[in-house]
Design a protein around this ligand. Structure first.
Ligand code: UD1
Length: 435
């Protein structure tokens, strides 16, 4: 297994470059399954989730070519003859469940493994299933699989209101509805930029969709979709992460550029919270220039759906708060129990405690290097961030979580001035204990 070793205390100088969005690339790849022909997606990040999803799609029949150096995925979905997404792959990545909508839309049937929970708790897919039933699918659960069938002619379309609003369920239902026999309506739909970019690509493929970026999306089914060449959007969570890294590990008063992002996709709540800490932030075309304050103001945040504060940035915010002079809270209203990073941050000396769905951080305590364990993608990057400002050496173990979502992280950070490298280790080796 790999770990990241960080010798803390080197200031982050930048610039940091944002890669293509993971959470948009995956729905775009699923969309390609709907078209009879070859779709090409550019600006795709070289991430483990992308290679996993490439395999998932190949199982169903399409030919998938991922060129990681060119950041391009080509999916030739002329043949989709095995509408199955097996447990062995779905368990590695929950977004594989997008094959439910893609296969129902293309083949009128699907056998897709239930994803199960994730590192920080249960993550249900009940809305995906209920919505698909409303759109005309007959669904049964058998041996851990969702078996979905449709009457002759495929899904008929329908109306579904989701509560809460779900990114994944909106994507899946759109995939199913665009080629349904009749019209569909999704209420309380996700408004996240990832969903909008995906919906726009479907429209380019010939889908008839209105209301993208609002809570009500309406779809008029069409007979078939055409393949397209589409450019993936920049990763907004990577942009937000690098902004917080710059503010946390940059030298106060020095400016740091984060490039190739789309700041319009961050949502107002995150930008307002950053401003309120006293950071100086300049938003230009695709570059954000940040100047860290001497000591950030403690600013409490609460996660919410877009354009609220993203849950995928709350762990990183917690680390930024550790630099403040004062106390602030981080409340997650999307995932009540997404706090597995907190005990690890405590090991680094950060004064943080969780009660219910709120972490309270008392800033200003010295941060000291230690061995810490990654538990999930965003938690891991928060540990790297803390290691960058820790006194001494921090080993972030089980770094495979990070490789799911941050392209070339250690290379990017090295180029930006951070003393970080990757090492292999044996997780099950007998420890050599001193006595
Ligand atoms: C996506 C993102 C993930 C992000 C999350 C919230 C991808 C690949 N992943 O995950 O990075 O953290 O959005 O912004 O894009 N829910 C149900 N039933 C369902 C589905 C969801 O109750 O069937 C609940 C969830 O438990 C959660 C809320 O809805 O409380 C939002 O989850 P959802 O938007 O579905 O997250 P994902 O699409 O899985």
């Amino acid at each position: 297994m790999d770990k990241l070793v960080i010798h803390g205390g080197q200031p982050l100088e930048g610039p940091l470059r944002v890669s293509g969005s993971k959470n948009t690339a995956l729905p775009l790849m699923a969309a390609a399954v709907l078209a009879d022909g070859k779709t090409t997606i550019t600006n795709v990040p070289n991430l483990r989730d992308v290679t996993t999803f490439s395999k998932v799609i190949q199982v169903a029949g399409p030919n998938v070519q991922f060129d990681p150096d060119a950041h391009t995925v080509s999916i030739d979905a002329t043949t989709v003859d095995h509408p199955v997404a097996p447990y062995e792959l779905v368990k590695k990545m929950r977004a594989s469940f997008y094959m439910l909508g893609a296969l129902l839309g293309r083949c009128g049937e699907a056998k897709v493994s239930l994803p199960g929970g994730c590192a920080w708790g249960p993550r249900p897919v009940d809305l995906h299933i209920k919505g698909m039933r409303e759109f005309g699918a007959e669904i049964e659960l058998d041996e851990g699989y969702v078996i979905a069938r449709t009457p002759k002619g495929g899904l008929r379309g329908g109306s579904f209101r989701m509560e809460p609003s779900s990114v994944g369920a909106t994507v899946n239902l759109l995939l199913g509805a665009v080629t349904a026999a009749g019209p569909s309506k999704i209420e309380n739909a996700a408004m996240e930029p990832d969903v909008v970019a995906f919906g726009e690509a479907l429209k380019e493929m010939g889908a008839q969709i209105s209301g993208l970026g609002t809570r009500t999306i309406e779809i008029q089914g069409v007979d078939q979709l055409d393949p397209v060449d589409v450019r993936n959007t920049p990763d907004r969570i990577e942009l937000g992460t690098y902004m917080l890294m710059a503010l946390t590990a940059g030298a106060p008063g020095a400016s740091i550029d984060v490039t190739h992002g789309n700041h319009h996709h961050l949502g107002h709540a995150f930008k307002e919270a950053v401003d309120a800490t006293g950071a100086d932030v300049l938003y230009d075309d695709d570059t954000v220039t940040l100047t860290p304050p001497e000591t950030p103001e403690p600013v409490s945040i609460q996660t919410a759906t877009y354009p609220g504060f993203p849950t995928d940035l709350q762990a990183q915010w917690t680390v930024y708060l550790a630099l403040c002079d004062g106390t602030a809270t981080v409340t997650d209203t999307i995932y009540d129990d997404r706090f597995k990073h907190v005990p690890e941050l405590q090991r680094l000396g950060i004064d943080v405690a969780v009660k219910g769905n709120t972490a309270t951080v008392r800033g200003g305590e010295p941060i000291k290097g230690a061995k810490v364990m990654s538990t999930d993608l965003r938690a891991s990057v928060s540990l790297v961030m803390a290691g960058m400002v820790a006194d001494g050496t921090t080993d972030v173990l089980r770094v495979y979580h990070l490789d799911r979502g941050y392209e070339d992280l250690e290379q990017k950070l090295q180029d930006a001035g951070i003393d970080i490298h990757r090492e292999e280790y044996d997780e099950f080796a007998e420890p050599e204990l001193e006595r």
